[in-house]
Design a protein around this ligand. Structure first.
Ligand SMILES: Nc1ncnc2c1ncn2[C@@H]1O[C@H](COP(=O)(O)OP(=O)(O)OP(=O)(O)O)[C@@H](O)[C@H]1O
Ligand SMILES: N[C@@H](CCO)C(=O)O
Length: 326
């Protein structure tokens, strides 16, 4: 293939560099925070990127997607490293990618955002120090690639990210989560792509729904940071969950059941994982027991689905970068 004028004007990054990035999984929306709120979770993907001068691509993939992800230039991490380098005025020759993927794919735990953040952060470390952009630049590029900032912001910065868009600029504010909050995820055995889940949403909603949602989103920030006793009303959503329920019936049923029992349960991201936000360890025990009862129940669709339940913590560090050699 002939290289374009733009490609040939790019400088080549130095070979023999090795960068490891560990990125948390994230849960976006949290009920009423559609496309704006996201929480970093203590479940981590690790990606190592190594530059070589042989022009080859090599992969060592383990965990989620190890048998199905492409092992060529279409792999999300490679595509994104290339895109980030190009924006910085660089290209690479050979690349070795070693990935340990823990976050489940297509389940609403921000796996594509974690991979994107890992790739962009790694790319920024491959260019000379005086040309290296900061994390706001990383937020901007990752949000453009993902199309929305709600997963990438907490993946980069940790904790609770409140993100918004000003024209073309993506912004985020980071808030510390109340220490009593315990996130529990119930990951079903079926996938739902974000693209499909987004196609189910209407192009407009009634003003009344938008107004109700604004109140709950504001309350949720207070509940998550100051008063977890308000998590149940704070997680009520009017913008997306009901429109998507038909594509994730078992998850919708589990959420209904948990909320009826007084727990703050929502669809994690675009689903189908269920996220419950407990207000302490005792409630977290109750949530786990309730999910297990639901999963065993033969009278509901919950019994037809296999669930992996994980009691996690809020990650407050965000993406961590280690540079091994340069
Ligand atoms: N670590 C990874 N390496 C390479 N590709 C990945 C990786 N993680 C996710 N992907 C790609 O992204 C797809 C999943 O993206 P999708 O946006 O549908 O779901 P998600 O990011 O897991 O969930 P959500 O955005 O709802 O939180 C996978 O099928 C795969 O193609
Ligand atoms: N806010 C996004 C999160 C998934 O990437 C959505 O619900 O579609």
């Amino acid at each position: 293939m002939q290289s374009t004028a733009r490609e040939s004007s790019l400088r080549t990054v130095e070979a023999g560099q090795r960068v490891t990035v560990r990125v948390p999984a994230t849960s976006a929306n949290l009920g009423p925070g559609y496309d704006s709120l996201g929480l970093a979770l203590s479940l981590y993907d690790t990606v190592r990127v190594e530059t070589a001068d042989d022009g080859e691509l090599a992969f060592e993939l383990s965990g989620e997607g190890a048998d199905t992800l492409p092992r060529d230039a279409t792999h999300l991490v490679v595509r994104t490293v290339d895109a980030a380098l190009a924006r910085l005025g660089y290209r690479r020759e050979g690349l070795r990618i070693t990935a340990e993927n823990v976050s489940p794919h297509g389940r609403g735990l921000g796996s594509s955002a974690s991979a994107t953040v890992a790739a962009v952060l790694a790319a920024t470390e491959l260019v000379p120090l005086n040309e290296r952009p900061g994390r706001e630049w990383v937020l901007q590029l990752c949000s453009e690639i993902e199309g929305h900032p709600d997963n990438v912001a907490p993946a980069i910065f940790g904790s609770l990210a409140l993100s918004w868009q000003d024209g073309d600029a993506f912004r985020t504010a980071i808030a510390r989560v109340h220490p009593d909050v315990v996130p529990i995820v119930a990951v079903p055995d079926y996938e739902l792509s974000t693209e499909l889940a987004r196609s189910l949403l209407p192009s407009s909603v009634p003003h009344q729904a938008a107004a109700a949602n604004a109140g709950r989103a504001a309350l949720l920030v207070h509940a998550l940071t100051k008063d977890p006793s308000l998590l149940v009303p704070g997680t009520e959503d009017y913008l997306h969950q009901s429109y998507r329920a038909s594509a994730m019936r078992p998850s919708a049923e589990l959420i209904q059941r948990l909320r009826a029992e007084g727990h703050a349960a929502v669809v994690s991201g675009a689903g189908p994982t269920v996220l419950a936000l407990a207000g302490g360890e005792a409630e977290a025990d109750e949530v786990q027991a309730a999910v297990e009862r639901f999963a065993l129940g033969s009278e509901t669709r919950g019994g037809e689905t296999r669930w992996r339940v994980m009691r996690l913590a809020v990650d407050s560090e965000g993406a961590r970068v280690e540079v091994h050699s340069r």
